[in-house]
Ligand binder design. Sequence first.
Ligand code: ZN
Length: 265
Amino acid sequence: MKCQAVMDLIERLAPKRLAEKWDNPGLLVGSPLQEVGKVYVCLDVSLPAAEEAIAAGADMMVAHHPMIFNGLRHVRTDLYDGRLLQLLLSHNVAVYAAHTNLDIAQGGVNDVLAAAVGLERVEGFAVTDEASGACIGRMGYLPEKMPLADFARQVKSRLGAECVRVVQGNDRQVQKVALCSGAGADFIGKAAFKGADVYLTGDVKYHDAQKAVQQGINVIDAGHFATEFPVVKVLADYLRQESREMKKTLEVVTDTVSRDYFTNL
Ligand SMILES: [Zn+2]
């Protein structure tokens, strides 16, 4: 398949127009015209991931986080980013990122997270585009009320997280859940305002936790990695199935080397 055809498949799931204005999704390395026989799906284009992709014979990496985000001032091969680009270009590996467009898309990162933690009646959470009604984050309900600690344990096991951190903002049982994958602490107030019993996200800081307690909402921080990594398998399965339906030969493999950068001792 042409790289462009793979891009078209991804953009059918996660149209680029859904992305936030500050974002940088799309083809970041390579050419739409190059042939792609094998795609490697990952969260981050790191050196270990690129090395795994190249060893697997992949021609294209599809990532969630854009490896070029704030622009480039140089391509210095003695530094990490330049070495990574040199490695990718010398092996003719294209890089494509589907970031906030994949967060917002139906069936994207947040829907995958909502399904993984057991939510039903899932709807949008924070509107990003009034005209289309597109939303980042999701709200939904657990089939039954449960203690906060039980839900936290459920999140931890379903996401395969090494640890979850819990902020107890009230002592009620939880059923209505708001969530935002990755770094979603900015929406704690919105989750409280919308009447969620608990808000699930990653990258929560001390003062975010303080705000949650003051607003009386429970928060579970399951980590940036654990709230987003489940989409890797879903995106890979999507590309496999769609290319098969088009009767195209496309192999799809997933990142097996990346782990959360945080470890808990
Ligand atoms: Zn992220």
